[in-house]
Design a protein around this ligand. Structure first.
Ligand code: AVJ
Ligand code: FE
Length: 436
């Protein structure tokens, strides 16, 4: 790193930390105290837990690990350790009340900004290019997405407001594109703030395949429902079928049938399901069943990343589908600017060289793949971020949703969850092998 590079990363770290805290303040400032301490779903923490957990992680990594400071309140570490207490248990813990949690996170932040100003951005892996600061900003933004999920699960009148995506011309291009076969570079070794599970860069052979140009829409998904998709075991894996039978699900989460149409609840408002929007709040089993019904399949994680990053003209893997430039509002629907996905086919400027749209932003996309380490993976800086989650019980999601900030979203970024989860902002697109 040259000195000028360091200063650019330092500014970026500051901007990212401030943006994350602004988002946290908005998500925890728009409801009264009872809504901060309540558990709105057993799947989620009380918002006040996320708030102090954000501060606690920042203290652990920036104040203690980077700057070597003593703990501010060592007695609270256990409360905010995600592995000590499962989410369902968190409301019964002696958590810091909202005002104290805010004061604690603010105290940590004040000190962290001093550390940021005084830390050399080279020398150790934690400080190289400001990695720890980028990691902490990403962590807070990940919890800001988690808190937005909590808001979506909360009952009651709306408290969050954002403009709808700007209308764009209806997409009229081909429904799928052919991605040529051959090796490509998956993962990254050079992206300074990439997290451990995105590393290292490695070559992957991918056979030629077709991939949907846009995510699967509500209208397409409704056709699966109307065709009896939820009642037909042919479309489901054995586990998926058992899950559908056990839970009696018949539509995406938050949907309700009203005569001949479908309604959905979105951040406290009930509305007709918009046909052109990517389907949202489906689990992996539903995505997988839809794909089989459509005579297709989910893309593997490698296929998804090749569609998103491989530039056939140069043979290089880019940071994003549109190239190496950071995301702008013309490229992708990110960062909670809007509280919904944009219609399928939006963001022509964010398309890949082959014309695949909305790979970044709008909805997280389920892939066929289990969450596994890349060859040469090493846990850094802690094995509880990724390593403890590797295995067949988690499926990978790619691309980010409208709810995730750009600091925590890129062509290499990997998300994961259980195949039954659908409170997350999840959708999908489908694929098929060229010879299928
Ligand atoms: C990467 C979204 C699965 O929320 O469990 C937050 C991110 N890790 N704090 C999660 C995370 C630790 C993680 N996901
Ligand atoms: Fe966390």
């Amino acid at each position: 790193e040259t000195g000028a590079d360091s200063e650019a990363f330092r500014r970026r770290a500051l901007t990212s930390l401030v943006a994350a805290r602004d988002r946290t303040a908005l998500l925890t400032g728009c409801v009264e105290e009872p809504d901060l301490t309540a558990q709105h779903s057993p799947l989620m923490s009380p918002l006040v837990w996320d708030l102090a957990h954000i501060g606690n992680q920042e203290e652990l990594w920036l104040l203690r690990a980077v700057a070597g400071q003593e703990a501010i309140r060592p007695e609270i570490d256990g409360l905010y350790d995600a592995f000590e207490h499962p989410r369902a248990e968190r409301p019964s813990l002696p958590l810091l009340p909202p005002e104290e949690a805010r004061r604690y996170a603010a105290e940590v932040r004040g000190r962290a900004l001093d550390v940021l100003a005084g830390t050399a951005f080279h020398g150790t892996r934690l400080t190289e290019a400001g990695f720890a600061f980028g990691m902490v900003a990403q962590h807070e933004q990940q919890h800001d997405e988690t808190m937005l999920i909590t808001h979506q699960l909360r009952k009651g009148p709306p408290v969050l407001h954002a403009p709808d995506p700007e209308p764009m011309p209806l997409f009229t291009g081909p429904a799928e594109v052919l991605v040529p076969g051959g090796p490509f570079t998956m993962g990254t070794s050079g992206e300074p703030w990439a997290l451990d599970n995105e590393r290292p860069a490695h070559r992957r052979e991918v056979a030629p395949f077709w991939i949907d140009t846009t995510p699967v829409t509500n209208a397409a998904y409704q056709a699966f429902i109307e065709d009896g998709g939820y009642d037909d075991p042919r479309w489901w894996t054995p586990d998926g079928w058992a899950h559908v039978r056990r839970t009696s699900i018949t539509a995406p989460l938050f949907w309700r049938r009203d005569g001949r149409q479908w309604l959905r609840r979105r951040f406290g408002v009930t509305e007709v399901v918009p046909p052109d929007e990517p389907v949202l709040h489906v689990c992996w089993y539903e995505a997988d069943a839809y794909a089989r019904w459509a005579g297709r399949r989910l893309p593997t994680e490698a296929e998804w990343e090749k569609a998103a990053r491989h530039d056939p003209a140069t043979g290089r893997s880019t940071r994003y589908p549109w190239g190496d430039a950071d995301p702008g509002p013309e490229h992708a629907n990110l960062g909670q600017r809007h509280l919904r996905p944009a219609p399928a086919g939006s963001y022509p400027e964010g398309a890949s060289p082959l014309g695949v749209r909305q790979l970044i932003g709008d909805v997280w996309e389920w892939t066929a793949s289990d969450f596994l380490p890349y060859p040469g993976f090493t846990a850094f800086p802690y094995k509880e971020y990724s390593e403890v989650f590797f295995g067949p019980e988690h499926k990978v999601l790619r691309g980010g949703s409208f709810a995730v900030d750009q600091v925590a979203c890129r062509g290499t970024f990997r998300n994961w969850d259980y195949p039954i989860r659908r409170q997350i902002f999840s959708g999908f697109r489908t694929a098929r092998s060229q010879d299928a």
